[in-house]
Design a protein around this ligand. Structure first.
Ligand SMILES: Cc1ncc(C[n+]2csc(CCOP(=O)(O)OP(=O)(O)O)c2C)c(N)n1
Ligand SMILES: [Mg+2]
Length: 325
């Protein structure tokens, strides 16, 4: 597949933004400046970006508890995300969601989700909307290896096949569910999804080009009435389950090897397809990202908390008068 310099630059910028965003919030969190729980996405950046690069705001994604990368790849603004992570009034969800519930309907980002396996039924509903209204849109659910065993995922797989939904099951196999190594071997998750009656494949989740090629085909299949696809993208988790988890249950030598072998940014820049990206251009992008993070962190930490009179707003969504896309 050929890539324009523009596409390559966009992919790099997004992956690097996810990496730096997370490193920055990790540091702020460690200093006690951000509340709640955060789950790091490091070394899985190529999955979110490869998956979302060909999507428009009219396509939908349903995310997980490890959702910052998905949000950024789908186009959520860093400022709104940072304010949300700090639980401030002007955050993407008015400061009431925090890390694990970021949603932005204007970008087709249906929400991070603390319920493991909660995303696929939501994405199936969005895919049914797209199919019913004939928008040509697709919906993708991100699903962890642990979540892949949930009944909700099986129900969504079944519905997607029966209704021939424009849907993609994007499994992120990072080998761990919380503190437990997943006993399934690579490929078993895709095989099980495939057994429901949809095309399924396994890709290296640290390889942007592999993920993107698989997703391009799956998205095209969905847009043209070809039904759902399952993709298992494999990339070992870098940090602990949540920030602060020391990962004492992982073999240090294996972890170190997985960390080094699985860096998608290193793979991307070592690929001959990116050989014409100029070092100066990369340095400019990197500097831009860091400056934007400085700005958004300062703004978020200084911003107002939601005021007490907002306590009972945003509890239930009112669908009255809402236009369907
Ligand atoms: C329904 C439900 N059961 C259990 C949990 C607790 N829990 C949170 S994350 C997690 C593991 C998820 O593992 P995986 O799906 O592989 O995602 P990863 O954390 O690796 O991204 C569990 C069991 C939960 N949040 N929701
Ligand atoms: Mg996992």
């Amino acid at each position: 597949m050929d890539y324009s310099q523009d596409e390559l630059t966009r992919a790099y910028r997004l992956m690097k933004t996810i990496r730096e965003f997370e490193e920055r919030i990790r540091s702020e969190y460690q200093q006690g400046k951000l509340p709640g729980f955060i789950h790091m996405y490091r070394n899985q950046e190529a999955i979110a970006v490869g998956a979302c690069l060909d999507m428009t705001d009219g396509d939908y994604i349903a995310s997980t508890h490890r959702g910052h990368g998905h949000c950024i790849a789908k186009g959520c603004e860093l400022e709104g995300m940072m304010l949300e992570l700090a639980c401030k009034q002007d955050g993407l969800c008015n400061g009431k969601g925090g890390s694990m519930h970021i949603a932005d309907m204007s970008k087709g980002m249906l929400g991070a989700n603390a319920i493991v396996g909660g995303g696929p039924p939501i994405a199936a509903g969005a895919a049914l909307t797209a199919k019913t209204l004939g928008t040509g849109g697709v919906a993708m659910a991100f699903i962890g290896d642990g979540a892949s065993d949930q009944g909700t995922v099986a129900e969504a797989l079944n519905l997607a096949v029966v209704l021939q939904l424009p849907m993609i099951f994007m499994y992120e196999n990072n080998f761990y569910a919380e503190f437990t190594r997943n006993p399934k071997s690579e490929g078993q998750i895709a095989a099980r999804a495939g057994s429901f009656g949809m095309p399924s494949l396994v890709v290296d989740g640290s390889d942007f080009f592999a993920v993107h090629a698989a997703c391009r085909e799956a998205i095209e299949r969905g847009r043209t009435g070809g039904g759902p696809t399952a993709i298992e993208a494999v990339s070992a988790r870098y940090y602990g389950h949540f920030e602060g988890d020391p990962q004492a249950y992982r073999d240090p030598a294996e972890l170190q090897a997985q960390r080094e072998a699985g860096d998608p940014l290193v793979h991307f820049l070592a690929d001959e397809r990116t050989s014409e990206l100029e070092a100066d251009r990369i340095a400019d992008i990197d500097a831009d990202i860091l400056a934007e993070l400085d700005r958004t962190v300062a703004l978020a930490l200084a911003a107002d908390d939601p005021s007490p009179d907002k306590l009972y707003t945003d509890v239930y969504v009112s669908y009255e008068g809402r236009a369907m896309r």
